[in-house]
Ligand binder design. Structure first.
Ligand SMILES: Cc1cc2nc3c(=O)[nH]c(=O)nc-3n(C[C@H](O)[C@H](O)[C@H](O)COP(=O)(O)O)c2cc1C
Length: 349
């Protein structure tokens, strides 16, 4: 059933709702992508590819952990509490590029029946290869390309396997090259491992990006008390509910720097429809949910859409109405009311 009040626009791209299934391992197999489509996602970003064999090999060395609030490992399933921390190393799709492209194009054609878009995803390794792959993505008839230039792993993986771009000039160079090669909408996914996320977003838009996805996961190290070694042996990409305020902060700062005409997509920390609403209030036109769907199952996407629907219905609002509301009412500290000695209520009695 069509629900016009859930529709959102990301530049020229209309989505039936703002809940996007974000790229991760559950979107490698065609059946995973189909399940995300059937669960009602507005768009599905497939597992990323690039030309690096090492990046592909990394997937076969990947490990995944979920931890409770005492940093104890718990089962990787839907019983994990909402507060659980997800920590992992990942790699890229095991499929050869041609097979990945054919599968992705077929799935995007199928997705039209559900008014859903299947988004191709390339993680930058070498720029000329990325440009050539982007051209092939367009020629295959896909409707949107997500270009991830901000994976958490560049400093940890083999040289050149993946990229964590931290300089606006370099982002401008990459996005310009891709933009010059294709006319397809390009969503640029940038790192959160920077103090300059709004500057990185500005560079991506300035070079012709249609939307910016923010912000990629952070790196962390979790010491294991028994082995006295790092959990899973090394530095990991870490995420969880705790990242939601950081994502919202980047969204709000970027919106205030770049203005309303620059579509932002939230990623990192959304677990529910209400979290999607939170990121939208901070400035996102749509929100990607990745690790939580991988952990809890595809039904989480349907629940998120229904929860957002109920929130908007209760308030009599459309999805587009709420984008950036909290960001736009953000005040400076100096504008805040005086609350004399309020600090005394917040120290031990
Ligand atoms: C296991 C795993 C694999 C991922 N693989 C990809 C990928 O191939 N391409 C990509 O752009 N992002 C990838 N991501 C990043 C997610 O799409 C997402 O941006 C990130 O996990 C933060 O959002 P979340 O809190 O909803 O998980 C991956 C994340 C995880 C946990």
């Amino acid at each position: 059933m069509s629900k016009p009040h859930l529709e959102t626009h990301i530049g020229p791209v209309r989505l039936k709702n703002p809940v996007i299934a974000g790229s991760a391992e559950h979107l490698i197999d065609a059946e995973g992508v189909r399940r995300a489509i059937r669960a009602g996602a507005g768009a599905v970003v497939v597992k990323s590819t690039n030309e690096s064999q090492t990046a592909r090999q990394q997937l076969q060395q990947a490990e995944y952990a979920v931890l409770d609030e005492n940093w104890n490992r718990i089962a990787w399933d839907a019983s994990a509490p909402r507060s659980a921390v997800v920590a992992c190393r990942s790699g890229l799709t095991p499929q050869p590029f041609d097979a990945w492209l054919e599968q992705t194009a077929t799935l995007d054609r199928e997705a039209r029946n559900d008014d859903c878009i299947v988004v191709a995803s390339i993680i930058l390794s070498e720029l000329n290869h990325a440009v050539s792959m982007a051209r092939q993505v367009e020629q295959a008839g896909l409707r949107v390309l997500e270009l991830n230039i901000g994976t958490p792993y560049a400093s940890q993986a083999a040289k050149g396997a993946v990229s964590t771009e931290l300089k606006p000039e370099r982002i401008a160079e990459i996005v310009s090259a891709v933009r010059a090669a294709i006319s397809l909408p390009v969503w640029v996914k940038i790192t959160g491992q920077s103090e300059r996320v709004p500057d990185l977003a500005e560079a991506a838009f300035g070079a012709g990006g249609d939307a910016v996805v923010m912000a990629g996961r952070l790196l962390g190290l979790i010491p294991d008390l028994e082995t006295q070694e790092p959990l899973l042996g090394t530095t990991l990409g870490v995420g969880g509910i705790w990242h939601l305020p950081l994502t919202c902060q980047w969204l709000a700062l970027t919106r205030s720097k770049l203005g309303l005409g620059r579509p932002l997509i939230g990623t990192n920390g959304a677990q529910s429809g209400l979290d999607v609403a939170r990121m939208m209030l901070a400035g996102a036109a749509a929100v990607e949910m990745s690790s939580q769907v991988m952990l809890r199952g595809f039904e989480l996407l349907r629940q998120a859409v229904n929860e957002l629907d109920a929130y908007l219905a209760r308030r009599g609002e459309n999805a587009g109405d709420i984008v950036g509301r909290a960001a736009d009412t953000r005040k400076s500290f100096a504008q805040m009311e005086v609350r004399q000695d309020n600090w005394r209520n917040h120290i031990p009695r």
